[in-house]
Design a binder for this molecule. Structure first.
Ligand SMILES: [Zn+2]
Ligand SMILES: [Zn+2]
Ligand SMILES: [Zn+2]
Length: 182
């Protein structure tokens, strides 16, 4: 039986903090990739380091053409991105990383709007689809100079097109409402 939370004596602890080893309840803990951490500054620093380790480095080499690629924060977290040099889709979620052929993927959507891009990504993530976004290389510092393109695994194109259809319809409704109220 787990002890009570160190901060809340009447609440049962969920786990011990990996930094200080004391028991805490759910609301007092942050969940890292491997461990829980409490809100104490020294333990939060360990939490931050654990999350940083879970990201890819800012630069990696393409496993197919060896070009050095500069990654956006999104690429570093998702670990799946496109090599603009050899046009391969790269999967760094596995070790060693693999290069996938672009003919296995089909374009389903493109946009210059960073808000739309982020929104569609979260929808596709929720749907569990295998997708890549190309042309996002300047997202971190500058506005997009070319549209970001969404590619989905060929087997999932029908499902993805349905999602994109609904997504685009919603965007159009929102835009229209805004136009009318202006
Ligand atoms: Zn702690
Ligand atoms: Zn607590
Ligand atoms: Zn490459």
């Amino acid at each position: 039986m787990m002890d009570a939370c160190t901060n809340h004596p009447t609440v049962k602890a969920l786990s011990v903090c990996h930094g200080c080893g004391k028991p805490y309840c759910k609301s007092c803990l942050d969940e890292g990739k491997d461990f829980y951490y409490c809100k104490k500054p020294s333990c939060q620093e360990l939490f931050r380091l654990e999350n940083a380790r879970a990201l890819l480095p800012p630069r990696v080499n393409c496993p197919r053409c060896s070009s050095e690629l500069e990654l956006s924060d999104g690429d570093r977290a998702s670990k799946k991105f496109h090599c603009p040099e050899c046009d391969a889709f790269l999967d760094f979620t596995v070790d060693p990383p693999i290069a996938l052929d672009n003919k296995d993927y089909t374009e389903v959507f493109s946009s210059m709007n960073q808000g739309h891009i982020a929104l569609l990504k979260s929808i596709l993530d929720d749907a569990g689809l295998d997708y890549y976004v190309t042309g996002e290389y300047f997202l971190a510092t500058d506005p997009l100079i070319q549209p970001a393109k969404f590619y989905v695994l060929n087997d999932q194109v029908t499902e993805a097109r349905e999602i994109v259809k609904k997504f685009s319809a919603n965007l159009f409704t929102v835009t229209r409402r805004k136009d009318l109220s202006d």
